[in-house]
Design a protein. Sequence first.
Length: 226
Amino acid sequence: MTDWTPELLLGLDERALMESPLLACRVHRQMLDSLLFLAERAASAGFILKVASSYRSFDRQLLIWNNKARGLRPVLNDAGEAIDINTLSERDKVFAILRWSALPGASRHHWGTDVDVYGAVHLDPEYQLQLTFAETQGDGPFAEFHRWLDGELAQGNSDFFRPYARDRGGIAPEPWHLSYTPLATFFSRHFTQELLREQLEQTDLALKETVLENLDEIYRRFIVVD
């Protein structure tokens, strides 16, 4: 039986997390062995699997959101190019941010079950990781790694899946984003729109009124993963 609390689902409870010195990340203790196994398989295929992002707290996600809403951090379009959100209506600002960034309280990274990964052979040490779709395609620096990862996931060689593998009109495709299937599926069944609304109502969230007015649509398009 997996323990869970509303606070865990919202990124406010870190008691289930465990550090991995090898991968320099913090994840739910029940998924660490599976992540290490994936890293071992990557190594056997000639890649060094790196974790760009793992657990992310509510407060960290709130900072990211507020900085984007206030123009202090870039907001990107579908091509990964920065846009001027000051030219947008408040509703359009909200949906532009959501294309690449989750609402605080609604990020799967809160659960400790999700990681952003990359891997490459002979990567230039001066290269600045961007986590863009272009990096994973064609001759992008991580394209070969993602082709290998495609095969691993298709063949069922790991306990992970890509929740944002394709564009459903919500979050942009994120090939690098992996969810640990056993736990993430369990937590997603317990996460509700009402739980999220209650937390946001008491949060100093930029564009909060607009977010709450559109929460039904936001929940359907950007939070529910089929």
